[in-house]
Design a protein around this ligand. Structure first.
Ligand SMILES: Cc1ncc(COP(=O)(O)O)c(C=O)c1O
Length: 385
């Protein structure tokens, strides 16, 4: 059996079409887009094309795209950029308790600088009630940053409704769409937001390239990186041309097959889940897969360690992730799953499977067999101790 990679929310393989358009830039077309000669101008044209392709994926305008080094930088630029630009108007920010650390940690840093931040709780499925956001709004609120979907259990938020309230109150609204881009249709106009983050390596593009979309008329953000005035002074430094071209092509490819692929992968995942529940009734599913990313499944089997399962699956060529994160050699339960009210024991037993373009129903039948065997083996071992 071929290896089965089920960790697409961590990163995706590079699409062959993406690699093909990056290679000539890495090999021959090495011009600096700021150079005036023909090599430089050729690189500039490549960036312009990538800007159009990236904007198109989210129905934005190319001039609204700022290329960055990835999702983390885009989130940092949105949060710090707005906070530092508007600090004289207000110092209150609203976010959720289940944001990615790329949003949570800038918010914590801003608290140290004297800003006030509300980390709103979510319900047991990971859903943030827009009403709670409305209630948290204050006269000094300058930014609301709520993720479009969650990387760990996939729950999608009601961004449109939150943005509507924000707009009524004149508050800027950012969404981290790093996990949704390429998996779900995204339209910045329909959503009514002001800023959106995305990352190339989550949509079959290269690592180290991403974008922050900033609605025209939003006003200048304070940059994170000062330099030679690139990206219209919004992000200094010579552009990562190959990475950006890869992002553009990846965005174009994703847009071509988005709805069919979302439907296909959802079906494969749901069939697997049905089978899984009938074979292992003790399975507890986190979030609400019907209202989440089509490719994501997070679940636990009580009394069976997620780490042990991961290792057994890995030996059989199956790559998944667990509900714990290792930081400085210490394993800690995920902040997101804790915020859903899931017990530490269940988090310990959590596995996340995130499917992708190359995942087939046949792959998942194999995964089911291996998984059921691993659960039985671990249970048998635990019973003997
Ligand atoms: C929701 C979300 N935001 C931001 C990031 C960070 O993106 P990058 O790895 O490109 O820095 C990730 C990566 O896992 C993510 O899942």
């Amino acid at each position: 059996m071929n290896p089965v990679y089920l960790d697409h929310n961590a990163t995706t393989p590079l699409a062959p079409e993406v690699l093909a358009c990056m290679m000539p830039i890495l090999k021959e077309n090495f011009g600096n887009p700021s150079s005036v000669h023909s090599r430089g101008r050729a690189a500039r044209v490549q960036l312009d094309t990538a800007r159009e392709q990236t904007a198109q994926l989210i129905n934005g305008h190319p001039s609204e795209i700022v290329f960055t080094s990835g999702g983390t930088e885009s989130d940092n630029l949105a949060v710090f950029g707005v906070a530092h630009a508007l600090k004289d108007q207000g110092r209150h920010i609203i976010t959720s308790a289940i944001e990615h650390p790329a949003v949570l940690n800038p918010c914590r840093q801003l608290e140290a600088e004297g800003f006030a931040v509300d980390y709103l709780p979510v319900d047991a499925t990971g859903y943030l009630n827009p009403e709670a956001v409305r209630e948290a709004m204050r006269s000094d609120t300058i930014l609301i940053s709520i993720q479009h979907s969650n990387s760990e259990m996939g729950r999608v938020q009601d961004i449109r409704q939150i943005a509507e309230e924000a707009k009524d109150r004149g508050i800027l609204m950012h969404t981290d769409a790093v996990q949704s881009a390429g998996k779900l249709p995204l339209d910045v106009e329909t959503m009514g937001i002001d800023l959106l983050s995305l990352s190339a390596h989550k949509l079959y593009g290269p690592k180290g390239a991403g974008a922050l979309w900033i609605r025209r008329g939003t006003g200048a953000l304070v940059p994170l990186v000062f330099g030679g005035g690139q990206e219209k002074k919004r992000r200094g430094g010579t552009e990562n041309v190959a990475g950006i071209v890869g992002l553009g092509r990846a965005a174009e490819l994703a847009a071509e097959s988005l709805e069919e692929e979302a439907g296909r992968v959802r079906l494969v995942r749901d069939q697997f889940l049905e089978e899984l529940k009938s074979r292992v009734p003790a399975v507890k599913v986190h979030g609400d897969p019907g209202k989440g990313l089509p490719n994501t499944l997070s679940f636990a089997v009580e009394g069976v360690s997620g780490q042990s399962l991961l290792v057994r699956l890995d030996v059989e060529g199956i790559a998944v992730s667990t509900g714990t994160a290792c930081s400085s050699g210490v394993t800690q339960p995920s902040e997101t799953l804790t915020a859903l009210g899931i017990s530490e024991d269940l988090i310990e037993g959590t596995l996340r499977m995130s499917l992708g373009r190359e995942t087939t129903g046949e792959n998942m039948e194999y995964v089911l067999e291996v998984f059921c065997g691993a659960v039985e083996a671990i249970r048998g071992r635990v019973a003997k101790i």
